[in-house]
Design a protein around this ligand. Structure first.
Ligand code: G3P
Length: 219
């Protein structure tokens, strides 16, 4: 299972990378805006800065919603670095763009997936990843995890190469459940990854070990 970090914050990306368990980064226009990044040149430079931190797989999202615009923007994004994965929204022209980039050998991440039908369509069009949003489905009383399991099942039926990249992952239980149902990738905030570390028995056990060691050493 791959761990991606879902942020455009360079410090958080560095911290996750330094932990040694990071396989990639996802961003979106909202996350870029949160970091105050705007203007074409700044956006491209920021993506390059992210690529300079991690080994591979940096999702960079197009803003255009028409086929020609997505091809133009996606091509420019892909030229930034070989690590870029072009992120395309699940809309009609987006499906065409997925097919185009597949034929060009450019990796894509189809975002804003909220149904198995959308995921099937993206896989047919040759998306490298699909991003179903768990938390946003949970927010409106749909079962986000059920969707992940459904897509994993469908892709296994037909040996699709498209990877299921679970997004809108809000807490560590989401991440663990994704592992149980076989998602290929989760993308999440840093706190969701570091949340896996925590257990009170680990903390109290370590404190006891260190105290016993100190006592034996006469300290
Ligand atoms: O990867 C998609 C993610 O950024 C959306 O997360 O928490 O805004 O639903 P959230």
């Amino acid at each position: 299972m791959k761990f991606f970090i879902d942020t455009a914050n360079l410090d958080e990306i560095r911290e996750a990378y330094d932990l040694g368990v990071l396989d990639g980064v996802t961003t979106n226009p909202s996350l870029m805006a949160k970091e105050g990044i705007s203007g074409d040149a700044n956006v491209l430079a920021h993506y390059k800065a992210i690529c300079n931190i991690v080994d591979d797989k940096v999702s960079a999202e197009v803003i255009a919603t028409d086929f020609a615009g997505m091809v133009k923007e996606g091509t420019a994004l892909a030229k930034i670095d070989d690590k870029i994965v072009v992120k395309i929204p699940m809309i009609k022209d987006g499906v065409k763009a997925l097919k185009y980039f597949h034929s060009e050998g450019i990796r894509t991440n189809c975002t804003l997936i909220f149904s198995a039908g959308q995921a099937l369509l993206a896989a047919k069009a040759g998306a490298s990843y699909v991003s179903p949003f768990i938390g946003r489905l949970d927010d409106i009383s749909y079962d986000g995890m059920e969707l992940i399991a459904q897509i994993v099942h469908i892709y296994q039926n037909y040996d699709f190469e498209t990877e299921v990249l679970a997004a809108s992952v809000r807490h560590s239980m989401h991440l663990l459940k994704c592992a149980e149902v076989g998602a290929d990738v989760v993308t999440c905030p840093l706190k969701v990854i570091t949340g896996l570390l925590k257990h009170p028995l680990t903390d109290s056990g370590l404190a006891t070990f260190l105290a016993d060691h100190a006592k034996a050493a006469g300290k």
